[in-house]
Ligand binder design. Sequence first.
Ligand code: PHB
Length: 361
Amino acid sequence: MSAIDLFSPLAVGRMTLPNRVVMAPLTRNRSTPEGVPRALNVEYYRQRAGAGLILTEATCVSPTAVGYPLTPGIWNEAQVAGWRAVTDAVHGAGGRIHCQLWHVGRVSHPDLQPGGIAPVAPSAIAPAGEAFTMAGPKPFVTPRALALEELPGIVADYRAAAANALAAGFDGVEVHAANGYLLDQFLRDGSNRRDDAYGGAIDRRARLLMEVMAAVVDACGADRVGVRLSPVQPFNDMRDSDPRATFSRVVDLLGDFPLAYLHVTEVGRDAPGAAGPFFDPLELRARWRGVYMTNGGYDQARANAVLAAGRADLVAFGVPFLANPDLPERYRRGAPLNAPDPATFYGGDAHGYTDYPALAD
Ligand code: PHB
């Protein structure tokens, strides 16, 4: 009997993935200024269709969800049409693709907001650091705390975005509840100081995420929906007084939905000032009955080891997939990898985006 490895197929929702090499969501800042995917983006994703599953770059659910220049959206017809070309290309090349649904919350800037308004957040607490605007980095501003009456509108934006994702031909969606963006800002007590039904004890801090999950599941079917968490990620000035307790409860609550998968990034656990007291995010796997995806600096050997040990079912690769359009095939053949070029990660043109060579080239 051979051990489970990156090339063991896996049923995920309605799909069977031919391998467990998932392409992680990667912000690349190469959409149009209107947030519409273009031909260059179609080619990038088509090149990577050998992934067991592609997770798109984070994709904004509404105009106020935007926090970085040239990131895509999925709230209007032009964006849906742009994504349709991407999903057609990926499916034509034999692949599968989920759209990652994003609202940045406080990690924005009036320069990026419609009408120059303040970004929204659970509480009026500015993160330390700078936003990336079209005019360069600018200090984060104090966000406006969302009123209770506004929260159904946020849930409705996610529902509409999920329906748009299906209309664009995606196989499903991933709710981005990680990395210090809006839903994560509600989950962690460093950014959520509300005293209403959406703040305080963890079940209340998790309420917005659970309402979003219910809406997205209603729009897509649970077997087309995944969710991403980042329990120890300090990025975007995030902290929590007890991350193990917080995220254990979040995973238990998510267990009410028979989701396609749970995606937990381990990124941050070795960072200085990692979010709160240390714990190993892989502990969460024991609380989850379904498919468990991990992420965070894995190479082929470590990925095969985590799969063989039964500590995860899927591994998402970010930087290696960015630099190697045919990453699964390289792993299969034991071929050398292209070196990533960090100078071209965010923004620019085809250089450092669609010009990394495949093996046959
Ligand atoms: C980024 O643009 O830096 C970024 C976007 C989404 C993430 C993390 C980082 O989840």
